[in-house]
Design a protein around this ligand. Structure first.
Ligand code: AMP
Ligand code: MG
Length: 372
């Protein structure tokens, strides 16, 4: 079956064409992403109405480009899929209304997908999809809006075993970047600064300065809380106070740049250590066959390295992370989730629901993960 998927929940307009059957991993025929990062960067974050305006402008050209690259026409699409939520409501409304129109006009079913479900299922674009080898699994969700540990005994059988009490980890990366005047979006910038600092340590000649930079350390919030919950707002505040103290000292620009790198490094060490420690506690407690990581922060090399290293010590769990191109927001992840949801609904004799979706589907900014 051929699927056309749309994603417009935040600041990327994306359309993808996928081909799926149950004997092979779903293949992506095209995955076009039009990013609005440059537009929102000057505001230091995503402006919802600006995002909606850009989605409206770009949605049809992005769909046309996905069809062209996927060597497909709208007539040969069997299923339309769209991010229903969570996300920014003005942005979600554009994608859902375009998808509803396509479903009505082409008389093909429409499926609404939870954005985080898309991030989870992005991992299935490269793994063997035999559920006997995949489940039970634990998924570490790390994005700009979510930090969760989810346990799944089968497709769409979600059980949230832990989550953040306050900021999501991606949000903490973004805020640290803002505090250090490094720009937006913060995650990739902070991780690059941390990486460059790590590489440059051996070249710093001034021993006192080198020791000072290496001694910077931030708290590991809730690392010993004996549950699977997280908190990142205290870590962010610790960085803020450290920066305030730094500004009181009269430091030259070059040294300040070194300090910023060291702060990014220390922050990333704290955040990733907490994520990995809690995840490995969950792996030990629930003994899953697979550990997945999902969401924009899955692009963080340090996090992936640490998870790989920790899981390699346990032979019983298979670690999977998404390809870099599927870590950020994209429509291919929505399409692959739609493929599995469609097949699960088929098994449950509930496919009829999808034919009427063009009438009833509504964008839902606070959508919850839905079991089948
Ligand atoms: P999402 O909410 O899943 O779309 O992911 C976006 C979030 O991922 C933002 O908070 C980004 O700052 C963050 N992010 C992207 N790349 C990285 C990275 N390499 N390291 C840490 N965070 C990242
Ligand atoms: Mg996302």
């Amino acid at each position: 079956m051929k699927i056309l998927a749309l994603e417009t929940s935040c600041d990327e307009t994306s359309a993808a064409v996928l081909q799926g059957n149950m004997t092979q991993p779903v293949s992506v025929l095209s995955n076009i992403i039009s990013s609005q990062v440059a537009i929102h960067a000057k505001w230091g974050g995503v402006v919802p109405n600006l995002a909606a305006r850009e989605h409206l402008k770009n949605c049809i050209p992005v769909i046309n480009s996905a069809l062209e690259h996927g060597k497909t026409t709208l007539d040969s699409i069997d299923l339309f899929a769209v991010t229903q939520g969570p996300g920014l409501i003005p942005a979600l409304l554009i994608g859902t209304n375009v998808a509803k129109t396509l479903s009505y006009f082409h008389k093909k079913p429409l499926i609404g997908i939870h954005h985080i479900e898309g991030h989870i299922y992005a991992n299935l674009l490269k793994t063997n999809n035999d559920p006997k080898k995949l489940f039970p699994l634990i998924s570490l969700i790390v994005s700009g809006g979510h930090t969760q540990l989810i346990r799944m005994k089968g497709h769409f059988q979600y059980e949230i075993i832990g989550q953040t009490y306050d900021d999501a980890v991606g949000e903490a990366f973004d805020k640290v970047s803002k505090m250090l005047d490094l720009g937006y979006p913060g995650g990739p910038i902070v991780s690059k600064q941390a990486q460059d600092f790590e590489k440059s340590i051996s070249t710093i000649k001034n021993k006192k300065l080198k020791n000072e930079l290496l001694s910077i350390s931030f708290p590991r919030p809730m690392i010993s809380s004996h549950d699977f919950n997280f908190s990142f707002s205290g870590l962010k505040t610790a960085v803020l106070y450290f920066m305030k103290d730094m500004k009181k000292r009269k430091i030259g620009i070059e040294t300040m740049e070194l300090y910023k790198g060291a702060i990014c490094y220390a922050f990333q060490e704290s955040a990733t250590e907490v994520l990995v420690s809690k995840t490995m506690d969950a792996v030990k407690r629930f003994t899953p066959l697979t550990l997945l990581v999902a969401g924009g922060v899955a692009a963080n090399k340090k996090l992936i390295e640490k998870l790989k290293e920790s899981t390699s010590e346990l032979n019983s769990v298979h670690f999977v992370s998404p390809k870099l191109e599927y870590c950020g927001d994209n429509a291919a992840m929505i399409g692959v989730a739609a493929f599995y949801r469609y097949n699960a609904l088929k098994k449950a004799n509930r496919l009829k629901e999808l034919d009427n979706n063009w009438k009833i589907l509504e964008a839902d900014a606070n959508m919850k993960l839905q079991k089948i």
